[in-house]
Design a protein around this ligand. Structure first.
Ligand code: ZN
Length: 96
């Protein structure tokens, strides 16, 4: 029955992936990020940091506390700038 167990795990992973894709279809845009998540009300908002990053003790602390997430160096021009680490909702800058 181990094959079925594996199958269940795969389905669970796919469902998770699906959820992420669903979320990304409906981008939430905000002019300015508030201290609280507009979706779930959590205050665990992390900011993406992109591009070349100079590591410092403060940065490391912010990463450890979940305030900063390193987003890598590749910028597409329409990337989320914040994420709620409670409900995993990403927030995009509002078009001006
Ligand atoms: Zn949230």
């Amino acid at each position: 029955m181990s094959a079925y167990l594996f199958e269940d795990q795969t389905i669970g992973r796919l469902a998770k992936l699906n959820k992420i894709m669903e979320n990304s279809l409906d981008k939430i845009r905000v002019a300015k990020m508030s201290q609280k998540c507009p979706v779930c009300g959590s205050n665990k908002i992390a900011t993406y940091l992109r591009g070349m990053t100079l590591f410092s003790k403060k940065l490391q602390k912010d990463i450890d506390e979940g305030k900063i997430i390193l987003g890598g160096c590749i910028v597409s021009g329409d990337d989320p700038f914040c994420i709620c680490t409670d409900c995993n909702t990403e927030f995009y800058k509002q078009d001006l």
